[in-house]
Write a protein that binds this ligand. Structure first.
Ligand code: ADP
Ligand code: MG
Length: 237
């Protein structure tokens, strides 16, 4: 799935959260929106998702203007930092949730859930409840749940933000492998430059609602386009 963001602006009251945003996301790439807190990353992700309507500009998905298209028609998977699993459902039931509400036949659900448990390397833990898993395992389940309905686009907002450094590092590598396996277009929000550098095909550096630079990790590292990018990339969390 390709995404073209064309000249998008978004204000909250008098505050301009997104200014003249232009961005192209190519099919099957993993793109990171990177920037400090308040730079507009989540707002841009929400505009792509259709959870937020821009004041002006277009969101074009697969060549179609979807700026005003209903979110349920967009075929998007979401993983958010605080988008919790259903506590009273087992891991298998959590993963199956979206398939059930789409009235997928039972045998197909069973097959799909087994396949996803395998993909997230939690085979054997499917009958546990979320409280019986670690934070990192739970986020892998959240990813499997998002992928179950075979979205063409996966949107992740600081998916590993609440986890400790070691687990984050493991999940990064794991997200990269997963992305290469399932052939999906993903947009991934982070304020962690190391995470973006390690995981993304392309990085979109944001600051105060504008895009400062778009490039591969190497391009951004070697040729920062502004003093802001240079400083931000150089900072260590
Ligand atoms: P980031 O994800 O980069 O931290 P956000 O996109 O969440 O930044 O927010 C960008 C700016 O827009 C922030 O200053 C935030 O306070 C403001 N903002 C975001 N959503 C709303 C909203 N619904 N109402 C008012 N202000 C908002
Ligand atoms: Mg945010």
């Amino acid at each position: 799935m390709s995404i073209i963001i064309n000249q998008v602006n978004k204000k909250f009251g008098d505050f301009q959260a997104l200014k003249d945003i232009n961005l192209e996301v190519k099919p099957n790439t993993l793109v990171a929106l990177l920037g400090p807190s308040g730079s507009g990353k989540s707002t841009l992700l929400r505009v792509i998702a259709g959870l937020e309507t821009p004041d002006s500009g277009q969101v074009i998905i697969n060549g179609k203007d979807t700026t005003h298209l209903d979110i349920r028609k967009r075929n998007i998977g979401f993983v958010f930092q605080h988008y919790a699993l259903f506590k009273h459902l087992t891991i298998k039931e959590n993963i199956a949730f979206g398939l059930k509400i789409r009235k997928t036949p039972k045998n197909q659900i069973k097959y799909k859930v087994a396949e996803l448990l395998d993909l997230i390397q939690l085979e054997g833990l499917g009958d546990r409840y979320p409280s019986q898993l670690s934070g990192g395992q739970r986020q892998r389940v959240a990813l499997a749940r998002a992928l179950a309905v075979q979205p063409q686009l996966l949107l992740l907002d600081e998916p590993f933000g609440a986890l400790d450094a070691k687990v984050r590092k493991d999940l990064r590598a794991w997200l990269r492998r997963l992305h290469d396996d399932v052939h999906i277009t993903s947009v991934f929000v982070t304020h962690d430059q190391e995470e973006a550098m390690e995981v993304a095909d392309e990085i979109v550096v944001m600051n105060h609602g504008v895009i400062e630079q778009i490039g591969t990790p190497a391009e951004i590292y070697d040729n920062p386009a502004s003093p802001f990018v240079m400083k931000f990339i150089g900072e260590v969390n």
